[in-house]
Design a protein around this ligand. Structure first.
Ligand SMILES: *[C@@H]1O[C@H](CO)[C@@H](O)[C@H](O)[C@H]1NC(C)=O
Length: 235
């Protein structure tokens, strides 16, 4: 996996006709274009998005793990997929705030939620947990005025492991994704779902937790592990 990532970020030479290798007679041709072509997303970016989309469809939607964004996941285009090239926490936090501001700038009907995929984040799961704790605390702090507590992040990582649960439990897959991902959700939307639940006499977070545990248990560790192996291979 690591080798693949390293190989994928080494830029391949652009297939432009080279003046140096062209026959001498052709060297006097004027350059074809004066503006550089737009930067193309790298193979890794594309693979990370493909894997993340497949995970959304084959795991999150199929098992109904995230009712908050389920409508958005069903309508193509309402989910923004962004690849962060962050290798560490500081860069990932920067990209998170940038994406948070972008999301709040968009109309909620247009872009419902953002999946910030970080295929190059390589600090490991312990650092990812501490990033999670720091970010959740920071966003809820009154002094944080940039996003003004309007964005709720959800964290996913291929190595996410809940403490106090046996290592081969399917429950860990509730927080696993093929690549590290921060899902940015609008707090207004979450509040709406919670309010609708309460009207039906349902505590939504508890209902989600029970539902997710039940479907993951039913799916089983072996099948989820195999599914993730395929998803990571696709990327
Ligand atoms: C997950 O753990 C494996 C095994 O320790 C490691 O090789 C891999 O790099 C980790 N993945 C991430 C994204 O940190």
């Amino acid at each position: 996996m690591l080798l693949f990532i390293l190989a994928a970020v080494i830029p391949t030479p652009a297939p432009l006709p080279s003046l140096l290798t062209a026959a001498p007679a052709q060297r006097s041709f004027p350059p074809l274009a004066t503006t550089p072509p737009p930067a193309e997303p790298s193979a890794l970016d594309a693979a990370a998005v493909v894997s993340t989309r497949r995970w959304i469809s084959e795991v999150v939607i199929r098992l109904g793990l995230c009712p908050y964004a389920s409508d958005a996941f069903h309508s193509e285009g309402k989910v923004r997929y962004t690849v962060s090239h962050a290798g560490d926490k500081a860069q990932l936090i920067d990209d998170f705030f940038t994406e948070g501001l972008l999301l709040l700038h968009e109309a909620p009907e247009e872009v419902v939620t953002t999946m910030l995929v970080a295929p190059l984040y390589e600090e490991g799961i312990e650092e990812f947990y501490s990033l999670y704790e720091w970010l959740v605390d920071t966003l809820e702090d009154e002094g944080e005025t940039m996003l003004d507590n309007q964005i709720q992040p959800a964290f996913f990582h291929p190595n996410w492991t809940f403490s106090g649960i046996e290592p081969e439990s399917p429950l860990h897959f509730e927080k696993r994704a093929p690549y590290p991902v921060i899902n940015l959700l609008r707090r207004s939307q979450l509040d709406e779902v919670v309010k609708r639940g309460l009207k039906r006499g349902v505590v939504i977070n508890q209902q989600i937790a029970e539902h997710n545990a039940a479907v993951l248990e039913q799916e089983g560790f072996a099948r989820l592990k195999e599914c993730f192996r395929r998803l990571q291979e696709a990327g």
